[in-house]
Design a protein around this ligand. Structure first.
Ligand SMILES: C[S@@+](CC[C@H](N)C(=O)[O-])C[C@H]1O[C@@H](n2cnc3c(N)ncnc32)[C@H](O)[C@@H]1O
Ligand code: SF4
Length: 447
């Protein structure tokens, strides 16, 4: 991989956690549509539930999540009323024969909730939906907020997987991103969960942060391995200061360039695979015995998952639902969200109804992101003759593939080893919604 090649491909491109990507959603999808879609789910639908808690104690300067800083608990407590009301309104619409196979609380920082509110939210969800006995229940955790009482509450409501934000342990990096977090704080959080029988631990890391170097990433990795996580997610820092004002606090002159970013990503991947982790998709690593490594990989808004549910229902400000009919996203601003729930019960502000060849392209892009390959006979079985159009596009891609990123054969398309770090660019070639001018301002660099 030459520096010239890396620089050439360091263009902004979507992460493809959905197709079409959320910036192509529009106000054409309303709460009325979402209400009807919920009512039309199959009687025995397998459901995945996502709850968004859009609050943190302080805002990390690099943060790209939909969240707000608050030192007081009042806004968090106030948010729970519409959240509970929305959960009840949606639950009343889903078929009685459903079963919930995945639950995910994300944010923001769900561990900003008081223990009593963690229990109230967990109890409400269990009372409104039928959880499968084997359901996976995951929560995102900022270890700097976590107390023993909160860990007790999470264990009590049945949480069995936690995802802990680390990013980087290097002090110089932490100072440059406005997030101070010691190894001890992180290790204590891991211990609090393990002591309570929550054994499945994920750690989030970010590369491409200010002042990060291969050496500092290497040191962070050694410490992360001491925590023996089951999974590690490694994200490339998405620097979008035009859209995210707080990122302007970051001194751009200290950001590593694309060649350095690429080297950091490769180094982290090497460390993790040397330590016995399996690399999954573009940015996840798991112990070979972990579900993520043994099961069928899928991709949703949280990244890679084994979640194969028929529908994902999102609750809370900015949350996105994915139903067979399409996507429905709630109002992003907390007050707008609350108002909509108050008047309607639901809070859908925009979305996208799947039409034409959307479903087929979504499937192709998900397979490329998860397996780095796609099979024409497989797609044809599900989508019929329309696959011929994709095959023609793949032939065009292969004809102009001077850098040997893809391998086109009779039965399908495969991304080569060399092309894997650039798989998002390959997906983009099958995305007719993509408009260079808009995407330029919206997405992180491909490397
Ligand atoms: C909701 S946070 C995780 C839980 C908790 N709020 C915390 O930070 O500890 C989700 C993750 O997104 C990643 N992330 C946030 N902003 C990012 C950005 N601008 N670029 C890349 N990854 C980012 C971080 O790894 C972060 O841990
Ligand atoms: S990275 Fe996590 S803790 Fe930091 S502001 Fe974003 S959501 Fe909050």
């Amino acid at each position: 991989m030459t520096p010239d090649l890396i620089k050439r491909y360091a263009a902004p491109v979507p992460r493809y956690t959905s197709y079409p990507t959320a910036n192509h959603f529009s106000a054409a999808v309303t709460a009325e549509d979402y209400r009807r879609w919920l009512g039309e789910l199959p009687q025995d639908a397998a459901l995945s539930l996502y709850v968004h808690i859009p609050y943190c104690r302080e805002l990390c300067w690099y943060c790209g999540c939909s969240t707000k800083a608050t030192q007081r608990y009042a806004p968090v407590g106030d948010y729970l009323a519409p959240l509970f009301a929305e959960i009840e309104a949606a639950a009343a619409l889903v078929p009685p024969g459903h079963r919930v196979t995945h639950i995910h609380w994300g944010g923001g920082s769900p561990d900003i909730l008081k223990p009593a509110d963690i229990r109230r939210l967990g109890t409400l969800m269990r009372s409104q939906f039928s959880f499968a006995p084997t359901a996976e229940f995951a929560v995102e955790i900022d270890p700097r907020l976590l107390s023993e009482e909160q860990a007790d509450a999470f264990a009590e409501i049945g949480v069995n997987r936690v995802s802990i934000g680390v990013q980087d342990f290097d002090m110089a990096v932490q100072r440059s991103i406005g997030r101070m977090q010691s190894f001890e704080t992180t290790s204590k959080a891991v211990g609090l969960f393990r002591e309570r029988g929550i054994r499945s631990i994920n750690v989030d890391l970010v590369y491409g942060l200010p002042r990060q170097t291969e050496e500092s990433a290497s040191r962070t990795l050694a410490q992360v391995l001491e925590l023996a996580p089951d999974r590690v997610a490694v994200f490339g820092y998405a620097h979008l200061p035009d859209r995210l004002k707080h990122q302007r606090l970051i001194d751009e002159s200290t950001l590593p360039g694309p060649v350095e970013r690429f080297a950091q990503a490769q180094l982290i991947a090497r460390h993790l695979t040397d330590a016995g982790y399996a690399q999954l998709g573009i940015d996840h690593f798991a112990r070979p015995s972990d579900h993520l490594a043994t099961g069928r990989l899928a991709r949703n808004f949280q990244g890679y998952t084994t979640d194969q549910a028929d529908a994902l229902l999102g609750f809370g400000a900015s949350a996105i639902s994915r139903l067979p009919h399409g996507f429905a996203q709630n109002a992003v601003a907390v007050d707008d969200y609350g108002r909509r729930v108050g008047t309607d019960g639901l809070a859908t502000a925009r979305g996208h109804a799947m039409h034409g060849d959307d479903e087929m392209r979504a499937s192709l892009i998900e397979q490329l992101m998860c397996e780095f390959s796609v099979s024409w006979p497989d797609l044809a079985r599900r989508f019929g003759a329309g696959v011929e159009q994709l095959r023609r596009e793949a032939e065009d891609l292969a004809r102009n593939d001077a850098d040997a990123f893809v391998d086109l054969h009779e039965d399908g398309l495969r991304v080569t080893e060399k092309g894997r770090p650039f798989v998002r660019m390959v997906c983009a070639r099958f995305d007719p919604y993509l408009s260079a001018e808009v995407e330029q301002r919206r997405h992180a660099l491909a490397v």
